[in-house]
Ligand binder design. Structure first.
Ligand SMILES: [Zn+2]
Length: 327
C-alpha cells in the first residue's frame, strides 16, 4: 500500500484558513491566493469534557492567530471548519461527538465571532467527499457517492452535483447492517458494515481471531492483515474476504437506491488498490441485475482532502467568488 501523492491544486482565489478537527489530532492549514497549502500544522485535539466545544474553539482561535502572525501579508477572508460526529450543516451545529465530547454547539457562528471572518462548517467526511468531487476523478459525473474507509466508514452523497446531508443523518453507510446479530459496533448496533469492513475492524477481528497467540499480533493493522492474507495466512484471508464482501454488498444497496454514476473509494483502506477494488467491485456487481453499474474510482486528493474541502467551502463564502462545484 502506498499513499497517493498527487499534489492538490485548488487554483487561484481568496486566502482562507481550514481546520480539520479529528478524534485524535487537529489539522490546520493556510491556503493562499494561489491555492497553495502555504502552512500546515497538526496538534492534538483537546477533549471538550464540559460538552461546550470551548476547548476546541479556543485552540482554533490560537492557531488562527499563529497563522496571522506568521503570514502578516496574507489577507485571510474566510475560514472552513470540519468536525466528526453528527453535524447539522444547514444550521452550523455540531450536534454530537462522543469521542471529543460536545453536544449541540453552534460552531459556525461561535467561530465566526472569534475569528471575525465568515465560517464554512460541515462534517469531515462530507468535506473530504466534496474535495474529491471537485478535484478528483469523479468531477464529470453528476450523481456520485464518495466512501471513506478508515477507522470507520462513512459516505458523502452528491445528487445532481449537489451534496445531500439530510441535516447530518445521510451518508452513514458504515452503520447499515450486513450481518444481523453479528459483531458489536461502536454505535451500539450489531453486524454493521463498519464493524466488519473498516480498517479498524479488519485489524481488530484479526487480533481477536489470533486469541492469545503471537503477542506481535497486538500491533497488527489492516495493511499487515492484507500482507499476511497475500502470503497465504488463511485467517487473514477470511477476514479480508468478509470485509470486501460486506463493502461490496452495501455498495450494491447504495446503487439500488441512488444509482450513482461513480463511486469513489478513499481513506486508508483504499490505498490497498486492486486488493480492495477488485473483490469489492466483483461482489457489488454480483448483486446487480438491471441496475446502472457505477464506475469505481480511487480517491486522489489524499490525506489533505478534509482541509481542502473545508478551504473550498470557505472560499465560496467570499463574495464574487465562483466555485468550481456546489459545496
Ligand atoms: Zn454501527
Amino acid at each position: 500500500m502506498s499513499a497517493p501523492t498527487t499534489p492538490v491544486q485548488l487554483g487561484a482565489g481568496p486566502a482562507v484558513l481550514a481546520f480539520d478537527v479529528g478524534g485524535t489530532d487537529t489539522k490546520a492549514t493556510l491556503v493562499d491566493a494561489t491555492g497553495a497549502l502555504l502552512d500546515t500544522v497538526r496538534v492534538p485535539t483537546p477533549l471538550s469534557l464540559d460538552g461546550t466545544g470551548d476547548a476546541v474553539l479556543a485552540q482554533i482561535e490560537a492557531l488562527a492567530n499563529r497563522f496571522r502572525t506568521a503570514h502578516p501579508t496574507v489577507d485571510i477572508q474566510a475560514a472552513g471548519l470540519i468536525v466528526p460526529g453528527l453535524v447539522d450543516d444547514e444550521n452550523g451545529i455540531g450536534v454530537f461527538s462522543e469521542n471529543i465530547g460536545w453536544e449541540n454547539v453552534p460552531f459556525r457562528d461561535l467561530l465566526s465571532e472569534r475569528l471575525g471572518v465568515p465560517v464554512f462548517f460541515t462534517h469531515d467526511v462530507r468535506a473530504a467527499g466534496a474535495a474529491e468531487y471537485a478535484l478528483g476523478g469523479a468531477g464529470q459525473y453528476s450523481d456520485v457517492l464518495v466512501v471513506v474507509i478508515g477507522t470507520g466508514i462513512a459516505g458523502a452523497v452528491f445528487i445532481n452535483g449537489v451534496p445531500y446531508s439530510a441535516h447530518g443523518y445521510a451518508g452513514e453507510i458504515g452503520h447499515s447492517v450486513v450481518d444481523p446479530g453479528g459483531v458489536e459496533c461502536a454505535c451500539g448496533g450489531r453486524g454493521c458494515l463498519e464493524a466488519i469492513g473498516s480498517a479498524g475492524a479488519i485489524s481488530r477481528l484479526y487480533r481477536a481471531a489470533s486469541g492469545d497467540g503471537d503477542p506481535a499480533d497486538n500491533a497488527i493493522g489492516a495493511r499487515e492483515v492484507l500482507e499476511r492474507a497475500q502470503a497465504g495466512d488463511f485467517r487473514a484471508q477470511k477476514i479480508w474476504t468478509e470485509a470486501t464482501d460486506a463493502i461490496g454488498q452495501v455498495l450494491a444497496q447504495c446503487v439500488a437506491l441512488l444509482a450513482p454514476e461513480a463511486i469513489v473509494l478513499g481513506g486508508g483502506l483504499a490505498q490497498a488498490g486492486p486488493a480492495l477494488f477488485d473483490p469489492v467491485e466483483k461482489r457489488m456487481n454480483s448483486f446487480l441485475t438491471f441496475h446502472r453499474r457505477p464506475v469505481l474510482l480511487p480517491a486522489t486528493v489524499g490525506e489533505n482532502a478534509g482541509v481542502v474541502g473545508a478551504a473550498l467551502g470557505a472560499r465560496r463564502l467570499v463574495p464574487n467568488v465562483a466555485s468550481p462545484v456546489a459545496l
